[in-house]
Design a binder for this molecule. Structure first.
Ligand code: FES
Ligand code: FES
Length: 204
């Protein structure tokens, strides 16, 4: 797929980390020992503070204790056991970790959990309506738009947003606006077909 700017790729770790202090203002600092075992490994110079925050994920509120440096991706996977969101590159390049935050797609490895309090977060686990899959999920299955599946949840979340954004006027437009999501299995043709199918379904 052609390379083009993706909304989520405009974030850098530098911006994210600079924003931490602002985001942390709304969180509660607690001593580290209480959660030391659950926290990520530390090195000698790290600040050993943790925060109690609330994340709203797939319509449910979750109390989570994290260090300020914990990404939303790690909070989802390691604190909330929502492992449908995948860690690929962990540096904003592959799109495997894409989730929706207040309806917008973001790469969850590029944002900190403490910055997302008060936002409505949607992961791939929150798309289906009971036993009924989301039209994008159905289209991916129907179009056989995956092989190993490593990129698939990110592709699906990005596709949901792409359709809502109205960027599905042509295959070329879909390719451009899905270009932040890499598929190492090169299922692009089927992914584009699935997104186009789902867009038609949603517009009906
Ligand atoms: S894991 Fe986030 S972009 Fe690759
Ligand atoms: S299906 Fe394997 S990386 Fe996309």
């Amino acid at each position: 797929m052609p390379e083009s700017p993706h909304p989520a790729t405009t974030h850098t770790r530098r911006i994210v980390l600079k924003s931490t202090a602002v985001a942390a203002a709304g969180a509660t600092l607690v001593p580290a020992p209480a959660v030391a075992a659950a926290a990520a490994p530390t090195t000698a110079g790290d600040v050993a503070e943790v925060m109690e925050i609330t994340l709203s994920v797939n319509g449910r509120k979750h109390a989570v204790t994290v260090e300020p440096r914990v990404t939303l991706l790690d909070a989802l996977r390691e604190r909330l056991a929502l492992t449908g969101t995948k860690k690929g590159c962990d540096r904003g390049e592959c799109g495997a970790c894409t989730v929706l935050v207040d309806g917008e797609r973001i790469k969850s490895c590029l944002t900190l959990a403490v910055m997302r309090q008060g936002s409505a977060i949607t992961t791939v686990e929150g798309l289906a309506d009971g036993d009924r899959l989301h039209p994008v999920q159905e289209a991916f299955i129907r179009r056989d738009a995956f092989q190993c599946g490593g990129c698939t949840s990110g592709q699906i979340m990005s596709a949901v947003a792409c359709i809502r954004e109205g960027h599905t006027g042509s295959d070329e437009e879909i390719r451009q606006w899905m270009s932040g999501n890499i598929c190492r299995c090169a299922c692009y043709q089927n992914i584009v077909a699935a997104v186009a199918d789902a867009a038609r379904e949603v517009r009906r």
